[in-house]
Ligand binder design. Structure first.
Ligand code: MD3
Ligand code: FE
Length: 217
């Protein structure tokens, strides 16, 4: 009773939905910034266009990628790495817009990771049929820092497994504006994205764009 009264008086804040230990979904957290986020992405891709990278195994990824911020994630025949320079242009990646940094820090704080200072933002573009196979993100130096992901455009089915590739996976639908903070025991979990279904999004058309903020170096 007393707890209910205090709950009712407390300002509501964003809806927090724990997905797993260390993984917190903030439904619609990026919605207020959608127009500014999309405008900033358009500016970034003028200087660093989306490209489908080649994995060390020689396969071309179905997801197209670019980056902003001090470091960008790249893959080619020689391996995976974070690089200050875009190999396509030979120039540094476009700067991380202050709005990106602020949104990532606000989301991380909501999930209990205050002081998140991302130095890399990987921008993924999915068109219908594009997918991301199960993988771990372990190219970052400090795996004590979380990863913050922002979903925009068409909905996706996100696959979330365990610490072993063969562990059972949970499926979560991520829609436009959803933000997820992946830290603690979730940080090294296997994860992926099921092939994107056809659709048309009011702001982004036949695309899903996902931002992932990382502490790379
Ligand atoms: C869970 N991207 O870029 S975002 C990736 O939707 C990546 O584009 C997916 O996986 C996408 O590496 C998923 C959600 C995500 C990102 C990183 C994680 C979940 C994570 C790292 C550890 C655990
Ligand atoms: Fe990943």
């Amino acid at each position: 009773m007393t707890a209910d009264l205090f709950d009712a008086l407390r300002s509501p804040g964003p809806a927090r939905e724990p997905l797993a230990p260390g993984a917190m979904l903030l439904r619609g957290f990026a919605r207020p910034d959608e127009a500014e986020l999309i405008a900033a992405i358009e500016t970034i891709i003028q200087r660093a266009p989306f490209r489908r990278m080649i994995t060390p195994g020689g396969h071309q990824m179905s997801v197209a990628m670019t980056n902003c911020g001090p470091f960008g994630w790249v893959t080619d025949r020689s391996g995976y790495r974070y690089d200050a320079v875009d190999p396509e242009s030979g120039a540094r990646w476009p700067a991380m817009p202050p709005l990106f940094r602020e949104l990532a820090d606000k989301a991380a704080t909501e999930a209990g990771f205050a002081g998140f200072a991302p130095d890399a933002c990987l921008i993924n573009r999915y068109e219908p049929g594009a997918k991301m196979s199960l993988h771990q993100d372990r190219d970052e130096r400090d795996i004590g820092a979380p990863i913050v992901s922002v979903s925009l455009g068409l909905p996706a089915t996100f696959l979330f497994g365990g610490l072993k590739r063969t562990d059972k996976t949970q499926r979560h639908r991520l829609v436009h504006g959803d933000v997820v903070v992946w830290g603690g025991p979730a940080r090294l979990a296997f994860h992926g994205v099921a092939p994107l279904a056809e659709g048309e999004h009011a702001l982004l058309g036949r695309r899903r764009i996902n931002l992932t903020f990382r502490r790379a170096r």
